[in-house]
Design a protein around this ligand. Sequence first.
Ligand SMILES: C[S@@+](CC[C@H](N)C(=O)[O-])C[C@H]1O[C@@H](n2cnc3c(N)ncnc32)[C@H](O)[C@@H]1O
Length: 235
Amino acid sequence: MIRIQGSHYLAFLAQFGIGGAHPGGINLSKALFSTENITPGADILDVGCGTGQTAAYLATAYQASVTGIDIHPVMIKKAQKRMQKARLPVRLLQGSIEKTSLPNESFDLILAESVLAFVNQQQALQEIYRLLKKSGRFIAIEFTKPTTLPPELADDIQQFYGFKSLLMKKDWVKLLQQAGFHDIRIQKNQSISSKPEFDVSAAIESKFYEVMDQHLAMNEKYQPFLDYRIYTCTK
Ligand SMILES: C[S@@+](CC[C@H](N)C(=O)[O-])C[C@H]1O[C@@H](n2cnc3c(N)ncnc32)[C@H](O)[C@@H]1O
């Protein structure tokens, strides 16, 4: 199989409009929210909201005041379409979580579902910390390598997915602590899964079908190394 140069993985997710593009999908998100104290009107930020599946759920199930931010214009367009169709008052912003113009201490809860691996983690976590209200909660579901990987394998994973870096559990904890978070808990939950949703663009370049094939092949080849953890913590 010819490997496409540079990562097209996020563009592939956007073109196919894959919702619930994080390990465990929407069912894991629902389980995690059920253990948080989310009250009607709670201010929630969904970082890297993609097509808005989780944001829509929070607005509907909890009557939360939800903002979604995503760097990819196609993701934001598809999220807008979803909110308009369901008549949900979810605010959607296109931009990077590494630096936003949102005011300090705006949110009770911030989540990042398979997003931080793609960004400058230090900058993003500082920004998330700034945006949280005092005692606010942060939930992240993130790629976590189980062990130090042989360089060739690590390069292959990093380049295909476009991850900024491949972190282990201890690296994530250190970054969260450095950003100022406390009460850091880590969970492993391999038992919850969900079917992804699709909102496919009208015309998709053939290279994105190649990316889908490569993604499936990577999953099969590197399955034991493509692990994740759930991090929850407090400001
Ligand atoms: C694997 S997808 C997950 C999408 C969504 N959270 C979900 O679970 O369906 C990662 C998302 O992060 C977004 N993203 C990547 N870098 C970002 C950044 N710097 N700021 C905001 N969003 C970003 C991508 O555009 C993509 O929608």
